[in-house]
Write a protein that binds this ligand. Structure first.
Ligand code: UDP
Length: 459
């Protein structure tokens, strides 16, 4: 699919791009996928990474890896409070990033001729370092355009709606239809306002970047892209879905349990609900019980990723009621981590109950699998609103995790006509996602434009 001419390849020979992912699964996956895409177009690749959660370099023999000292203590690195971790990482990585960049740009560095830095949007401090060394910075925003617009409007939305955030949760946010007050990203930590300031910095520094890349495709978010381009004047490239440009990913931080595929092989086509809340979401025991009994009461087969840590301070499987395990042993299968892209493309899978992380949402769309959405925080609220209200390819659980609503939603999605209509709509989007990567498609052209854009930095 991505086959550059040998002339182009020669022209780019020796041009190196530095990529710096935020060290969480949902950010590492798209950044490494982007690195692979750019490598396939002839660029050399250097990955800057923290000690915390780094990808296995042996999976990428063609890339060079540079470790930044993230300064996290063992205790800090083991926290389940992701927002606090992000805040600490941002504070600790400013200097190491600058040092590492200085080193790779030094005349003694033989692997040099760095043409630009591609940074996760949350590493907003990389703009100042790039400016200092007069090197262009391209931002990769790993989530949807629709949720990015909500983050951009966050100061305004908080000012207008904060006073009644708890009393009128169902009210519409007039500035950003279709989102409701309850979908406004909430980022409170025990440190109060810090994360909101980080988001403001992220938006401000993104505006200074030379270019902006999204893992989405034009046909999915056309009106949102038009709105984005009113605020962000630099070239914007929507070249997704990244993961469909390559066969199965090797960016997983956890061991994927392949027995889930053999279990699926024995199930009827379209019968299984796949359940996974990604790499970060966590809940309390009472919510876990509601989830379990909602699934049991639905009477549908399910493959459930129960990640260690999904319920805080609870041992794996001790978090599930014994009666639930007995009641569902002949139609449920539970793993710690699954090869998700492969699971979603398996013919036995007919629905995906997700936390609406952007990678999961896009992966589901690309396989034509309709969703049930249980967003936890951040962009997930907006992604799930779009799944439910705009694309109409899934059901958002509006009451949180409540067994009756879960049971009804599972049955609606898996066996009722309503679910079938959602399946047809998501199949149309799957087709569009496929077309956009083919010659002449929107993401195909956007990638050519991105490659030309980066190449122009070298002259
Ligand atoms: N994933 C996986 N196996 C699992 C659960 C998730 O490989 O059992 C992958 C999934 O395919 C996706 C990523 O982990 O690429 C999760 O990213 P997402 O943005 O959906 O959520 P996050 O983990 O950032 O909350």
């Amino acid at each position: 699919m991505d086959s550059p001419s040998s002339a182009n390849r020669q022209r780019r020979n020796g041009c190196r791009i530095v990529l710096f992912p935020l060290p969480f699964q949902g950010h590492i996956n798209p950044m490494i996928q982007l690195a692979k895409i750019l490598h396939s177009r002839g660029f050399s690749i250097s990955i800057f990474h923290t000690r915390y959660n780094f990808p296995d370099p042996s999976n990428y023999p063609h890339f060079t890896f540079h470790l930044l000292s993230d300064g996290l203590s063992e205790l800090e690195a083991s926290t389940l409070d992701t927002l606090r971790l992000v805040k600490l990482l941002i504070a600790n990585c400013v200097e190491p990033f600058e040092q590492c960049l200085a080193q790779i740009l030094s005349p003694d560095d033989l692997i040099c001729r760095v043409v630009c830095v591609v940074s996760d949007a949350m590493w907003y401090f990389t703009q100042a370092a790039a400016d200092k060394f007069k090197i262009p910075r391209i931002v990769l925003r790993t989530s949807s355009v629709c949720s990015f617009l909500a983050f951009c409007a966050l100061p305004l939305l908080r000012e207008r709606y904060l006073s009644y955030m708890d009393s009128k949760m169902e009210a519409a946010v007039l500035e950003l239809p279709p989102i409701k007050v309850k979908d406004i990203p909430r980022l409170e930590t025990h440190d109060g306002e810090d994360m909101y300031r980080a988001i403001e910095n992220m938006v401000r520094e993104t505006k200074k970047a030379s270019g902006l890349v999204f893992n989405t495709f034009q046909e999915l978010e056309e009106p949102e892209l038009a709105k984005l381009q009113e605020q962000f004047l630099m070239p914007t490239f929507t070249i997704g879905p990244f993961h469909k440009r390559f066969s199965a990913a090797s960016t997983s931080l956890f061991t994927q349990d392949r027995s889930s595929i053999s279990w699926l092989d024995a199930q009827a086509p379209g019968s299984v609900l796949y359940v996974s809340f990604g790499s970060i979401a966590a809940m309390d025991q009472q919510k876990m019980n509601e989830m379990a009994w909602g699934l049991a009461d639905s009477m549908q087969p399910f493959l459930w990723v129960v990640r260690p840590g999904l319920v805080r301070d609870s041992e794996w499987l001790a978090m599930l009621p014994d009666e639930f395990l007995e009641a569902t042993h002949d139609r449920g299968y539970i793993v710690k981590w699954a090869p998700q892209q492969e699971v979603l493309s398996h013919p036995a899978v007919g629905g995906f109950w997700t936390h609406s992380g952007w990678n999961s949402t896009l992966e589901s769309i690309c396989e034509g699998v309709p969703m049930i959405c249980s967003p936890f925080f951040g962009d997930q609220m907006v992604n799930s609103r779009y799944v439910n209200d705009i694309w109409r390819i899934g059901i958002r659980l509006e009451k949180g995790l409540e067994r009756g609503e879960i049971r009804d939603a599972v049955r609606r999605l898996m066996v009722e006509r309503d679910g079938e209509e959602m399946r047809q709509r998501v199949m149309c989007l799957k087709e569009k996602a496929g077309f956009c990567l083919n010659s002449g498609g929107s993401s195909y052209e956007a990638l050519d434009a991105l490659v030309d854009f980066i190449s122009s930095f070298t002259f």
